[in-house]
Design a protein around this ligand. Structure first.
Ligand SMILES: [Zn+2]
Ligand SMILES: [Zn+2]
Ligand SMILES: [Zn+2]
Length: 323
């Protein structure tokens, strides 16, 4: 029977309807055809295309950072409204960067924790750079992997989007977390962690600092969350030890995904407390959401905003955990 499940943070409903699909095994990807490194890859250092724009102070041993060639947000000192009084529009202020792994064929999630730890360090330093600008309301770091995830260039890279506009999904999480806190005097994300630890139904992995679990009201089959065990509102405040253990958790989660579903396309993104907003730090709790892209939204999802997930998160967790 289909079940409606509520996202305890945002109050959104999702339909979990496992009978509509076959079994978790049916989501295992067919082996992707092997092809070499394209000679004209714009991110390969030898082609000297993008690398000439590398932001020197952001570069590390295995990663370089460049402004996006076709930015969604641009740096500008003033916001000028161009609305005509009926429709509103305004300049898209902010920044848009690409963090590029230098080696084209490096599978960072297969190779180990060191490169992921280095990447998390770059995320943190670029995040802190954008946090300094008072016009930036929110900075989101994302990673697309595979063409079905929206990655237009195969060369491994993450992206940072910093904007003067609060993303609507973050707004919903903040509003929901505040409501929960006002009613229960507790951080809803800490409470989710407690529940996942106690029940164990959806727990995929844990170490001293982080938990990985499939999400109770998932929008994507095999969706996983990585959440710090202790209450922590801001991703950018993680220390070196936490970075190491976060790298371990992310490495483990993607490795399990790759093993269970044979290297599926996926996205992940970091949800963290907004810039210049101390008052929400009591009840907001940063986390990473991993969204495998093994199913497509249809008309109902797009038209209603309500998602039908055809893999139960409990079965997904079991499937991901199996050796
Ligand atoms: Zn390349
Ligand atoms: Zn918390
Ligand atoms: Zn979130």
């Amino acid at each position: 029977m289909p079940k409606l499940r509520q996202n305890i943070v945002t109050s959104e409903w999702v339909v979990i309807s496992p009978e509509r699909s076959k079994r978790p095994e049916d989501y295992v990807m067919a082996a992707a055809p092997k092809h070499g490194i394209p000679a004209d890859c714009p991110f390969c250092i030898d082609n000297a295309n993008a690398y000439q724009f590398s932001i020197k102070e952001a570069e590390t041993e295995n990663i370089y950072v460049i402004p996006n060639k076709y930015p969604a947000f641009v740096h500008d000192d003033s916001i000028i409204s161009e609305g005509d009084g009926f429709y509103e529009d305004t300049k898209s202020i902010g920044g848009h960067e690409v963090m590029v792994i230098k080696k084209h064929d490096q599978d960072i999630f297969d190779d180990g924790k060191a490169i992921i730890e280095e990447l998390i360090g770059v995320y943190q330093s670029r995040y802190l750079h954008y946090a300094e600008d008072p016009t930036n309301e929110y900075t989101m770091i994302i990673h697309n992997h595979g063409p079905e995830s929206g990655a237009s260039i195969e060369h491994p890279h993450s992206q940072l989007f910093s904007s003067a506009v609060m993303p609507s999904y973050i707004k919903r999480e903040l509003d929901g977390a505040k409501k929960y806190f006002d009613e229960n005097q507790k951080c809803v994300f800490c409470e989710i962690n407690r529940e996942e630890k106690e029940s164990g139904y959806r727990l995929v992995y844990e170490n001293d600092q982080f938990m990985v679990y499939t999400f109770f009201a998932s929008r994507f089959p095999f969706e996983m969350w990585i959440s710090p065990k202790k209450h922590q509102s801001n991703f950018e405040k993680i220390n070196d030890e936490e970075k190491k253990l976060l790298a371990e958790a992310l490495h483990h989660a993607i490795k399990k995904l790759n093993k269970a579903l044979n290297f599926p396309p996926f996205n992940f993104w970091i949800h963290t407390n907004p810039h210049h907003q101390e008052e929400t730090s009591e009840f907001y709790h940063w986390h990473i959401e991993i969204a495998p892209r093994v199913s497509k939204f249809g008309g109902y999802e797009l038209g209603s905003g309500t998602v039908i997930d055809v893999v139960s998160p409990e079965i997904a967790a079991q499937f991901l955990k199996k050796d």
